[in-house]
Ligand binder design. Structure first.
Ligand code: HEM
Length: 487
């Protein structure tokens, strides 16, 4: 019976897809940028579950809510691994949650993060998030052209404060710099074709003196960098605990409960992942929010009118105002949907052979869920390329809860654990910026408007290409509100 079943399974076809060339497969069919748009197009020919192959590696692409739910959610025990990259193994980066394998170490860290970042737990960090965002507005007031640097600073400040109770320095903070360098290394070395050893794993067995094995030295340096991301900030908290100066933070809560060396290591890995993974995506989302204000002035006016009606322009908005700000709330949802920053989530990987709708999905296949096509399906989101916050409002003006929007944060067991924190960070940043500034097209020396490309790109996180904009306070009262001291 077993042999029979095995035979039947092996004779099943793989999900359909474009025919590739010998050896390299579909290497040249898959575009280097915006591949999700090509996959969306291919779905019309091959259906919602299709596959391609590159150098023998099968890549299955899921493009309907049903396929994603059936595989990544209902069969999560099979589909929650990540592809293993030889360079990541050499650099011992297995601890970094977004790239870690589906193993006991991942489970322990994920449990810690899910507990720390659940909605009821993130509420206590709202005052910190708001205060840090107001400080960011103060920087925007004096140096509006450096908006991107201010947003980056804001994200590091929030993450380091929430995770470690650590106040980042204005410039050249050692922990922040190390975290950014680490993420940059991940992005550079994960790209297909960036390092030959990722495509030809046997190269890692060559001796160090062999020409072309510079990646070995790079792996040693990368390993050290990863260790610094993990150990540095936690060491700060332990010292502060010993001195009695530790500030409230996730690290403090977790360390107080921790009774073992293994437990302490898990805390350091989980929080290292939070601090390294939590910045880039948020920077992309807030930069894209500013771009949206430049591109769609009527959206900005409508949101400002709603905010003014609630605050009277005499105070800054608070989290408690949210129920009275449905349009602003809907705008935040549309920011996450419209030009989403993770259009293919992160690749999952299958740990067993599986059969779905008559197709064989071989063990080791990479699984890409095309979140872009899910969130741009005209049947669910009419006029999907228009920026329309109203799509998330009911006819009587209430915010519609749309579970489908979770696709912006990935799927199943690997769904982004930071999504509830994002909800708070995004709402308060959007509300504070709109109530105090007007964002528009910048002008050159001759007074002509500088064109805005409005395009997005990026290797792993899709973000707006650089654009100039003017960020001007709405009134003298707004300047005074921003400039007032914050706790
Ligand atoms: C708008 C901002 C963000 C977006 C759009 C986003 C999106 C994502 C996506 C698509 C994934 C992959 C899910 C999958 O594999 O199916 C992910 C994973 C992850 N995100 Fe986020 N994220 C954001 C912000 C954050 C923040 C603020 C944090 C930390 C506080 C965070 C921490 C993580 C971690 C640790 C993982 C890895 C989870 C795992 O593999 O188990 N993210 N995120």
């Amino acid at each position: 019976v077993v042999v029979n079943r095995r035979h039947r399974r092996d004779s099943l076809p793989r999900p359909p897809g474009p025919k590739g060339l010998p050896v390299i497969g579909n290497l040249f069919d898959i575009p280097k940028t915006n591949s999700w748009l090509t996959y969306e197009e291919w779905a019309r020919t091959y259906g919602d579950i299709m596959s391609v192959e590159v150098f023998g590696q099968v890549i299955v692409i899921l493009q309907s809510p049903k396929a994603v739910r059936d595989l990544l959610e209902k069969r999560g025990t099979i589909y929650s691994d990540r592809p293993s990259l030889p360079f990541f193994e050499m650099a011992q980066w297995g601890w970094f949650l977004p790239t870690s394998r589906f193993d006991d170490q991942w489970r322990a860290c994920r449990r810690l993060l899910d507990r720390s970042l659940r909605p009821s737990a993130t509420v206590q960090y709202r005052p910190t998030i708001r205060a840090k965002t107001v400080k960011c507005l103060q920087r925007m007031l004096t140096q509006p052209n450096d908006y991107r640097a201010h947003i980056e600073q804001l994200q590091s400040a929030i993450n380091m404060s929430v995770a470690y109770g650590y106040d980042v320095k204005e410039n050249d903070d050692p922990f922040v710099e190390t975290g950014r360098e680490f993420v940059r290394m991940i992005q550079e070395t994960a790209l297909p074709g960036a390092l030959l050893v990722n495509d030809l794993p046997f190269l890692r067995n060559l001796p160090d003196w062999f020409p072309g094995t510079g990646f070995k030295q790079l792996a040693k340096l990368s390993r050290k960098l990863g260790e610094e991301v993990v150990a540095g900030p936690l060491g700060f908290v332990k010292d502060a605990m010993a001195n009695g100066t530790a500030q409230p933070s996730l690290a403090l809560d977790d360390l107080r409960e921790c009774t073992s060396e293994k437990g302490e290591r898990d805390i350091s890995l989980a929080l290292g992942s939070l601090h390294a993974a939590g910045s880039d995506s948020m920077v992309a989302v807030l930069t894209s929010f500013l771009l949206i204000l430049v591109l769609f002035p009527s959206v900005q006016e409508k949101a400002q009118a709603e905010l003014d009606a609630v605050t009277g322009g005499t105070r800054l908005p608070e989290f408690a105002d949210r129920p009275a700000l449905p349009y602003v709330d809907a705008l935040c949802k549309e920011v996450l949907r419209w030009r989403m920053i993770s259009p293919l989530a992160f690749p999952h990987s299958a740990t067993e052979d599986d059969v779905y709708e008559g197709y064989l999905i071989p063990k080791g296949s990479y699984i890409l869920a095309n979140s872009w096509s899910l969130l741009h399906d005209p049947a669910t989101y009419p006029e999907p390329h228009a920026f329309k916050p109203e799509r998330f409002l009911s006819p009587d003006g209430h915010v519609i809860d749309d579970p489908g929007l979770n696709a912006a944060f990935g799927f199943g067991k690997r769904i982004c654990p930071g999504r509830h924190l994002v909800d708070s960070k995004l709402f308060i940043a959007v509300a504070l910026v709109l109530s105090t500034f007007t964002v528009g097209k910048a002008k050159d020396a001759k007074g002509n408007e500088i064109p805005v490309p409005g395009t997005f790109s990026g290797p792993l996180v899709s973000q707006p290409d650089a654009f100039a904009c003017s960020i001007v306070p709405r009134s003298q009262a707004a300047v005074e509100l921003i400039s007032a001291p914050v706790e």
